[in-house]
Design a protein around this ligand. Structure first.
Ligand SMILES: Nc1ncnc2c1ncn2[C@@H]1O[C@H](COP(=O)(O)OP(=O)(O)OP(=O)(O)O)[C@@H](O)[C@H]1O
Length: 241
């Protein structure tokens, strides 16, 4: 087990947030968190990565509870949440070098490798402010992968990208999962995007996790992930009525 979320609740002052969210991500999973805007995906990811604190519930990463000093297991986690945290006036390479300085063992060949894997080698000396959204997102993904983490958490990595941009991100994720055994947790409001890469799925709406399923189960039940999502939220409504 790489990640375990147990009954996590966080309610903001305005009464919104997430309630009793539980799910498990195992080694090798590409786990999709599917939900419309405002369903609680970012809040869930912020709590997992320690950017936000839960009111209630537990998060375990690689077997260690985050709140009991398991922050150390965060060294095994890479993340891209909201816009990538990059210095716009510096080059892609410089951004990677600065991030690498936080780790004892990341040397120049690893930076070269990341530039290659994210298709940025030819643009390594260009300033990030001149980058397209897709290039910025690839750099953000490169930064998340830099320390060779076991788990990578990506919040809406395809958001705002054009078709090619989406394909690039998808291919990098699939390659990293296959070649380096990296486990991924990926959020999206686009069912199709997750359907193409994930082996497991959780459906969120209005701060609650409504269902979890393997992609196979979701396909058997819905024919495609969008239908599975619609069926899930409709049956939830019926139960509520
Ligand atoms: N800092 C905050 N203060 C108050 N309410 C918040 C805050 N952050 C999120 N919310 C609310 O909590 C709910 C869940 O938001 P969250 O951003 O986690 O959803 P999301 O699924 O990631 O959506 P999006 O894709 O739009 O980011 C929403 O109703 C949102 O308005």
């Amino acid at each position: 087990m790489v990640l375990k979320i147990d009954n996590v609740t966080k309610i903001y002052r305005n009464g919104r947030g997430i309630k009793d969210v539980s799910f498990e991500v195992n080694e090798g999973d590409i786990y999709g968190l599917l939900g419309p805007n405002g369903s609680g995906k970012t809040t869930t990811m912020k709590i997992i990565t320690g950017l936000s604190r839960a009111d209630k519930g537990d998060v375990q990463i690689l077997g260690k509870a985050v709140k009991d000093g398991g922050e150390n297991s965060m060294e095994q986690v890479g993340c891209l949440i909201e816009a990538p945290a990059v210095f716009e006036y510096l080059s892609a390479r410089r951004n990677l070098e600065i991030a690498a300085a936080y780790y004892p063992n990341i040397k120049a060949p690893r930076i070269e490798d990341i530039l290659k894997q994210t298709g940025l080698l030819d643009y390594q000396n260009d300033k990030v402010r001149e980058f397209s959204l897709g290039m910025k997102q690839r750099l953000g993904l490169g930064l998340a992968l830099l320390s060779n983490p076991k788990l990578v958490i990506l919040d809406e990595p395809a958001n705002g990208l054009d078709i090619e941009g989406m394909v690039d991100i998808r291919e990098i994720i699939l390659k990293q999962a296959k070649n380096n055994g990296i486990t991924f947790l990926i959020s999206s409001h686009l069912a199709h995007e997750l359907e193409m890469i994930c082996n497991k799925i959780a459906v969120m709406k209005d701060g609650s996790l409504l269902a979890t399923a393997t992609m196979e189960e979701a396909m058997t039940q819905g024919g495609n992930l969008e239908n599975f999502f619609l069926q899930t939220i409709r049956s939830e409504k019926e139960v509520a009525q």
